[in-house]
Design a protein around this ligand. Structure first.
Ligand code: GDP
Ligand code: MN
Length: 348
């Protein structure tokens, strides 16, 4: 930590090379406009970071015009290279088809969608290799149809740079582990193979389930919101880890998600102090919401305690869908969380 984490508006030299990035379909223009509009209004109009849009096909003229109209910053429109969005030659197509059918049948979310597998793989191991992003050191990922509730009065990218943060998030959830049954054993074999790559100050304990012989507890940063250091992702440890997972076929024979992979990656390869919980950024993706406590003056959501941050919400999109369980307490540390006798509610 340094003084700028306490007084984030103190100027620090040089604007970070950073961009807002979004993988999005032409058909999601309206949802993206809503996300962009809110982030521009609450933050980026003051800081003017460029937007980089990615798609597996060219962006339409409508898409380009409508998005550029929402910002005075530069916009770039990029197509994902085909080799980053296609079946690798070591993948057995029949086995892949079986997995689509199986995960679809048992009801794993979007388990049957081919494009979803490519999306997860791209977000895990390819976005940071796109030539456009080589111009940048930091990114903030934005999805269509998300919501930003709070004025953000400091330069998030300067904060991340000045504090050497490698990865920032604002929700942690327990997702459906049936989508990645072999992820933990594959990760363990990576650790055995490359113990030297594990950072000496890494903390993996918060990801282990003590009741289940130290298996992965399935807690993951909800990666539709993330702010990260691209140089970290391009670095040796993360690249080797991604390659190891990719070679095992888990993006196709299972439905490995970029969320647990980013979570495991940063937890293995960087010290925990370089992972940042953006508790000050009010945000909603589908039915999951994080609304900062004690921020009435700058947020337009209803504040909740961290424990409740997924429950006290008015669902905006899918009223019938339940939010995922939060596991942010795992990350924050446990002891002080135990309710004291007689306490019915915890306050932050
Ligand atoms: P979920 O949040 O896990 O339900 O996944 P989403 O369906 O929201 O997809 C995650 C992100 O990838 C969103 O920004 C989508 O717009 C984007 N995305 C997913 N599939 C595709 C695709 O086939 N093409 C493009 N261009 N974007 C995609
Ligand atoms: Mn989404």
């Amino acid at each position: 930590m340094n003084v700028r984490s306490i007084y984030p508006n103190i100027p620090s030299p040089g604007k970070p090379r950073a961009a807002l990035i979004s993988l999005v379909r032409n058909s999601e223009l309206e949802g993206l406009m809503q996300s962009m509009h809110q982030l521009e209004y609450h933050w980026n109009r003051k800081y003017q970071y460029p937007w980089v849009f990615f798609n597996d096909e060219p962006f339409s003229e409508d898409f380009r015009k409508a998005t550029q109209n929402l910002t005075s910053a530069d916009c770039y429109y990029e197509v994902v290279p085909e080799e980053h969005w296609s079946l690798p030659d070591w993948i057995d197509e029949g086995r892949f088809m079986n997995s689509l059918e199986y995960l679809g049948a048992i009801g794993v979310g979007k388990g049957w969608m081919i494009s979803y597998r490519h999306m997860c793989r791209w977000n895990s191991g390819f976005f940071y290799k796109h030539p456009r992003l080589l111009e940048f050191d930091f990114y903030w990922r934005v999805e269509p149809d998300v919501h930003f509730f709070c004025d953000i009065d400091y330069d998030v990218f300067r904060f991340v740079r000045d504090n050497k943060i490698k990865y920032g998030f604002n929700m942690a959830i327990l997702d459906d582990a049936r989508s990645f049954p072999s992820l933990w054993s594959r990760t363990r074999s990576f650790i055995n193979k490359h113990p030297d790559l594990i950072h000496p100050e890494a903390d993996l304990d918060w990801l282990l389930d003590p009741l289940n012989s130290g298996d992965y507890n399935n807690c993951q940063f909800f990666s539709n919101f993330e702010v990260g250091d691209l140089r970290y992702f391009r670095g040796e440890a993360n690249e080797k880890y991604f390659h190891w997972l990719d070679q095992g076929g888990g993006f196709f024979y299972e439905r490995f998600g970029d969320a647990p992979i980013h979570t495991l990656s940063v937890s293995m390869f960087v010290p925990k102090r370089e992972i940042w919980f953006f508790r000050d950024i009010g945000y909603q993706h589908d039915t999951n919401r994080h609304c900062p406590p004690q921020a009435y003056d700058r947020c337009i959501c209803e504040p909740t305690s961290i424990d409740e941050n997924f429950y006290k919400l008015v669902p905006l999109e899918s009223p019938q869908k339940k939010p995922a369980d939060t596991c942010i307490r795992q990350f924050l540390g446990g002891d002080w969380l135990k309710k004291k006798p007689g306490w019915t509610q915890e306050k932050e």
